[in-house]
Ligand binder design. Structure first.
Ligand code: SAJ
Length: 440
């Protein structure tokens, strides 16, 4: 039997040994899904705290229940280690490591490079490798292939197999999870794609093969660039509507009554998270090497990045209209997570709003039921979430709603506040007409 035939047989009968490199919000759910499908999975991560918790059958990812981890650990379908050498015993490896941006705004490929260079030490005949980390088109072929194919006696597509499959994990979502979110898969060669698709079809309900790794890499960037640009569009629409004296929320709700050809996005204080503000910049960065300027991405990024400044300028104007300078005023920022009902502040525009309010001389506090403490690495400031929300609302000269967590009683907040700036339409219809409320 050829290396491909042997590997495909093991993938189909689930005797193939699986490793997941990187056990974060993508890797751990994937490890559990493969384990529950019947594979023996080894999770590999340099963070020994994660490994210790997993060995005890405990999860540290909200989307993954500890019961599920404990059951797999008990049955032997999930083990965890910090030792990369285990990879020499593995048939299939999925790489799920972060791809953030550097301070310069360029892609930070360090996590992919270090994971790939570790894995390269243990490559052997009959392995399939899948990269899941969101990255620029060409990464799998240009960066992983040379490093993993360093043993020239082994031929990719014959002796070992390499593909890209973009992660589509939306933390906190319960309707679409790793197992039932369709998975795009593209190989370095056609056979690579077939082998990797066979592997993932053993655990994930729908796998959608594409012809190349680049097509798979690009499809992910389209998904998230689509969101980023449309959010930029409605953010600019909010600025235009304010100039026109038109209610942007009413306009968007009206447009959203169109049952076809329209998709609703809502304006806000800016773009947060570890995907949407970042993924499109991987594409625009790559296109620079082709001397192509990705204008839509650049413009949308500029608009979205400016929204915190726009929000603070609207607060300053509104307080001025009320005869209250922002300087020396007490301002309570409500909600600092990057989106409602989650505990993640990565790239949250709230951090920029707070910094800009402080620069204008405001005395800032914040409240967020999910985020007990925040600090700003560059500016050095740090806060604890206020303990008594309504006491702080009453004591503030202004409340700025930045993240509209669903548990807040917005009516009570407006009744108790002196002034509310609502950047998320959290106050809804009653906020539109309430003399204490201004909306984006
Ligand atoms: N945002 C707006 N207006 C909108 C939608 C979002 O201002 O209409 C803001 C959010 O407040 C947040 C940022 O954009 O600050 C990103 O929001 P998001 O809803 O896109 O949430 P993310 O970053 O968690 O995006 C993830 C992505 N999932 C993956 O990359 C696998 C994205 O592709 C999903 O579409 C998104 O979740 C989702 O739909 O929830």
């Amino acid at each position: 039997m050829t290396a491909k035939e042997t590997l495909v047989k093991k993938l189909k009968d689930k005797t193939a040994t699986i490793a997941i490199l990187g056990l974060g919000y993508v890797g751990l759910p994937l490890a559990v899904v493969f384990g529950e499908a019947g594979f023996r999975v080894t999770g590999v991560d340099p963070d020994s705290r994660k490994i210790d918790l997993l060995k005890k059958g405990e999860s540290y990812i909200p989307d993954v229940k500890s019961e599920a981890v404990a059951k797999l650990v008990k049955s032997g379908h999930l083990t965890a280690t910090t030792d990369f050498a285990i990879l020499k015993e593995m048939d299939a490896v999925s790489i799920c490591v972060p791809t953030p941006l550097r301070q310069t705004g360029d892609p930070d490929m360090s996590f992919i490079i270090s994971a790939t260079e570790e894995l390269a030490k243990y490559m052997h005949k009959g392995m399939v490798i899948v990269l899941e980390s969101t990255t620029y088109p060409g990464t799998t072929r240009e960066l992983l292939l040379p490093k993993l194919g360093n043993d020239h006696s082994l031929k990719v597509g014959e002796d070992w197999f390499l593909a890209f499959s973009p992660e589509r994990v939306d933390p906190g979502r319960e309707d679409y999870t790793t197992i039932n979110t369709p998975k795009v898969m593209g190989g370095i060669t056609e056979i690579c794609g077939v082998v990797a698709t066979t592997w993932y079809e053993g655990a994930i309900k729908i796998v959608h093969p594409v012809s190349t790794a680049e097509a798979a890499e690009m499809s992910k960037l389209l998904e998230n660039t689509f969101r980023m640009i449309n959010i930029g569009l409605v953010n600019e629409l909010a600025i235009m509507c304010e100039r026109l004296g038109v209610d942007v929320w009413e306009v968007i709700d009206a447009a959203a009554t169109k049952p076809f050809g329209f998709m609703k996005f809502t304006p806000g204080p800016g773009l947060g998270g570890h995907c949407i503000p970042i993924d499109p910049l991987y594409l625009s960065w790559k296109m620079k090497s082709f001397h192509y300027n990705a204008r839509f991405i650049e413009l949308a990024s500029e608009i979205n990045t400016n929204m915190p400044r726009y929000v603070v300028s609207r607060v300053l104007e509104a307080m001025n209209d009320r005869g209250k300078p922002l300087k020396g005023s007490k301002v309570l920022v409500l909600g600092v997570a990057y989106k409602p009902d989650i505990d993640d502040v990565r790239e949250s525009p709230a951090m920029d709003v707070i910094g800009l309010l402080q620069k204008k001389g405001a005395i800032v506090e914040y409240h967020d039921p999910f985020i007990p403490h925040i600090h700003h690495e560059n500016d050095g400031w740090h806060f604890d979430s206020v303990k008594d929300l309504m006491k702080s609302v009453k004591a503030s000269d202004a409340v700025v709603i930045v993240t509209n967590h669903s548990q807040y009683d917005y009516k009570a907040i407006v009744e108790s506040a002196k002034f509310v700036f609502d950047s998320r339409n959290a106050t809804g219809k009653f906020g539109k007409t309430h003399e204490k409320v201004e909306r984006l």
